[in-house]
Design a protein around this ligand. Sequence first.
Ligand SMILES: [Mn+2]
Length: 382
Amino acid sequence: MHASFLLSLVASITIPIRAHDPLSEQHIFGQQEATWLQKYGPQIDQPFSGPLSFSHLPYARCLELEETKFDIAILGIPFDTGVTYRPGARFGPYAIRSGSRRQREARGYTMAWGNNPFAEGLKIIDCGDVPVNPFDNALAIDQMEVAYSTLLRRPLATPEKAKGTNTPRIISLGGDHTIVLPILRALNKTYGPVSVIHFDAHLDTWRSYPGGITNQSRVTHGTFFAIAQEEGLISNTSIHAGIRCKLGGEEDIENDEAVGFQIITGDDIDDLGITEIIRRIRKRIGSTPVYLSLDIDVIDPGLAPATGTPEAGGWTTREVKRILRGLAGLNFVGADIVEVSPAYDNAEITGIAAADLVHDFLSMLLSDRPPSPSKPEQREEL
Ligand SMILES: [Mn+2]
């Protein structure tokens, strides 16, 4: 076919653009003198653009700006000098925020929860990172406690929606697991001893790291729960979920019980199932004030490789998400996700999983009860 014939054919089927149509390309591209605002309106942040805050939430340096109020704060705690194996979790808050970029209020609704945590009328903001000292752990731990206490004492932004509490809640982005010791110290001043729901491959209740002969060297990401128990920060009603690490022996389990924990193992996901795991956690916690701590290494390294002490044979991200849905309605005083160490990540797998779990934390904190697990009438139609 001759080229000129093709061109004339294309021309004949093109719909003519009308110059007076405000949506016509001729009209839009013809406005050479218009400013961006006149021509295109607000400078929106797209999922892949804009400054980095969790899920594009408003960002404020809350520790410094003492008038800043919120109901739920996202707080980065980039501390990683308490690890026993791979370092790097100081970049966890950055990785989780980066993994959250496709989450935002306009796309915050999930079928699983039946809610959009960003559209419930509560003020949720990203309070930035605690400037922890990377050279002196004693100093860093005090900085973390002071930061957390400072935010806990902040008045709520919308107390009328608070359902009986005057205390804001903080979702911390670690950092290695050591950050939970100063967090529990801060929570203790407001709530007294709390229960802990602890998702992790490891117990984190060891009394000390071998060779640690000074008091400060006892404070690690594997010992903080034992120290918290010695300080009276946690009640004897805590529970682990997902445990599968190798131990020194049965004495570790006896010690764990003395620290106040029951154990749900990694294998229990097959032997008990998700529904029974949820039932056991809820029974253990009851109505006590409870802190949720999720070590990303509870998830299988195939699905969350970027962590400091990976353990094979873990839970899937989906299984953890389903258990979290079953915990809504417990008396949560705060939550964290820790041990994301993005130098070991591939294609942001771990950062995206962690960000998604934080979205679940928000839905969980805002729900009075677990969402209905299924809609049978709809399922029958499928
Ligand atoms: Mn841990």
